[in-house]
Design a protein around this ligand. Structure first.
Ligand SMILES: [Fe+2]
Ligand SMILES: [Fe+2]
Length: 343
């Protein structure tokens, strides 16, 4: 292709007249296509196909979620035709200065030795050391290293709670460990237990349990933190769970919210059926952080709900000792009835 004198001047970086003189003398201006640089294997940076990116992300997401053991809803069948109990436990704060580890073990033994009694852990199973600049990561008088705190919970399950543990949830301290390390310690623990023959659900920050006891289905919502609690009304977040606008059939029969260590429970007839609210309390009565806020000492209520298999009935008992006694008595009574012996 013929190159104009003006284009020749541009390529030589000289004046128009100089370019003309050089061309008249027989010189040929350089062809820019020949001068390079020529990149022979650059990636295609100009054509990132959004459809292809979306397809790749969807495929990866589906593979990752397939392997995620966290579930928002789990269905569990328990019991043997007799009443079954669940001891609601949370805020163990294993490893903190004032946490009574012997009380935790005593309760573990009661659950192990009581037929029909099960348990679950609604978060803050330990009191981690995790550090981070945001200063929200525990360090409230923990006296055991974090790995020993986790080992205590794991070994407790292995030693006492085989076939007795229904679920685990994340609490604040577990979330702080995740924030500091990128590892979800409860998810890790549940996988460890599964590998050692203890199957239980991992509900993340909370979830729904459809509990099948005999002919009955009981709907239970459990979370470490419930939204909307008031300092003057510790059950407010639980009431909210009963007031959802959805069909009454979908509302929980039992709601357990942990986190704040004040404990208690109630049973009320609301929206066409009896409903039970639970706050388990904590095995850590106080710590330096609580004292700074002027909070009163708390106690581990760890209430027990007893579910009947033959008719729709939930009884809630203050604590594990009394719950185990009542459950045993009720099972014996129903057993005698089943065998045709007068109660
Ligand atoms: Fe807690
Ligand atoms: Fe908490």
């Amino acid at each position: 292709m013929t190159v104009s004198n003006r284009e020749a001047a541009r390529r030589w970086d000289c004046s128009y007249h100089t370019a003309k003189k050089r061309r008249d003398a027989g010189e040929v201006p350089p062809d820019p296509d020949q001068t390079g640089p020529h990149f022979l294997d650059l990636p295609d940076v100009d054509h990132q196909d959004p459809e292809a990116i979306a397809d790749a992300a969807a495929a990866l997401r589906s593979e990752i979620l397939k392997r995620d053991i966290r579930q928002a809803e789990v269905t569990i069948r328990i019991g043997d035709g007799l009443p079954a109990g669940v001891a609601w436990r949370a805020d163990l704060h294993t490893g903190s200065l004032r946490t009574d580890l012997h009380a935790i073990l005593r309760h573990n033994r009661i659950i192990r030795d009581t037929p029909g009694l099960y348990t679950g852990f609604a978060g803050d199973s330990w009191d981690n050391y995790g550090s981070s600049p945001n200063k929200r990561t525990g360090q409230h008088e923990a006296i055991l290293p974090e790995e020993m705190q986790i080992a205590f919970v794991e070994e407790s399950c292995l030693k006492y709670l085989r076939g007795k543990t229904l679920f685990f949830e994340d609490g604040c301290h577990e979330a702080w460990t995740f924030a500091a390390t990128g590892t979800k310690p409860v998810k890790w623990l549940v996988r460890q237990l599964s590998g050692k023959g203890i199957k239980c659900a991992y509900l993340g920050h909370g979830g729904r349990i459809n509990l099948l006891v005999g002919k009955q289905k009981y709907i239970i919502d459990t979370r470490h933190k419930g939204r909307g609690k008031s300092i003057l009304h510790i059950f407010q977040s639980i009431f909210r769970s009963f007031k959802d606008d959805s069909d009454y059939e979908d509302l929980p029969h039992v709601t357990c919210h942990a986190h704040t260590h004040d404990s208690g429970h109630f049973k009320m007839f609301f929206r066409a059926r009896w409903r039970v609210g639970l706050k388990p309390g904590s095995y850590k009565p106080t710590d330096d952080y609580g004292q700074k806020g002027g909070w009163a000492q708390t106690r581990p209520s760890m209430p027990v709900t007893i579910f009947y298999p033959d008719h729709d009935n939930i009884i809630v008992i203050d604590d594990i000792e009394a719950g185990a006694r009542f459950l045993t008595a009720e099972r014996e009574r129903m057993s005698r009835l089943r065998n045709g012996v007068s109660a």
